[in-house]
Every structure is written in structure tokens, then in C-alpha cells.
Design a protein around this ligand. Sequence first.
Ligand SMILES: [Zn+2]
Length: 95
Amino acid sequence: MNLKKELSVINAMEPIVIQLFEEQYLKERTLACGCDKCQLDILLLTLNQLPPRYTSSQAGEAYIKALYLNPQLQSDILKVLTQSVKVIEDNPSHP
Ligand SMILES: [Zn+2]
């Protein structure tokens, strides 16, 4: 199998988690520390706890949109995201 770049595999959870994180935390400016490092740590911690939802980059947009509009999935992600924010805020990887 010779996959072209435009047919690559993506994890649909990635854009969804980023979008929810932006809406729930970055817009409201509720983070104790909003530096790039803490933001990335929160995203990584969240994504590592959620099962990936793979799709092809070609079919991706519609698939991601449908997933994003799933209220059950949104609330599952927000639960993990809220925990991750707390973990990183309590233990930032910088002084
Ligand atoms: Zn920070």
C-alpha cells in the first residue's frame, strides 16, 4: 500500500479536543497559567486518555464535524479535559 500524503491517517479527537479547549478555557481565560507549555501539556494529557478516532484526512472534515456535534462525546471529552487542566495547574512542568 502506498499512501499519498493527502490520504494520510488523522486522529479526529485532536481537532475536537483543541476546539473544546479553546472554547472552554482560552476564550474565558480561566487557566491559572496560559503559557504555551501548559496549554500543550493539557492537550497531550487529555488526548492520551481518550480513545483515538481515526479517519482519513480526506473524509476527515465531515467525520470530525459529526463527532464534534455528539453531546455524549463532548461531555466525555470535557470531563477528561477538566481533570487534565487541574493536574497541570497543580503540577506545571515549569517553576
Ligand atoms: Zn505555564
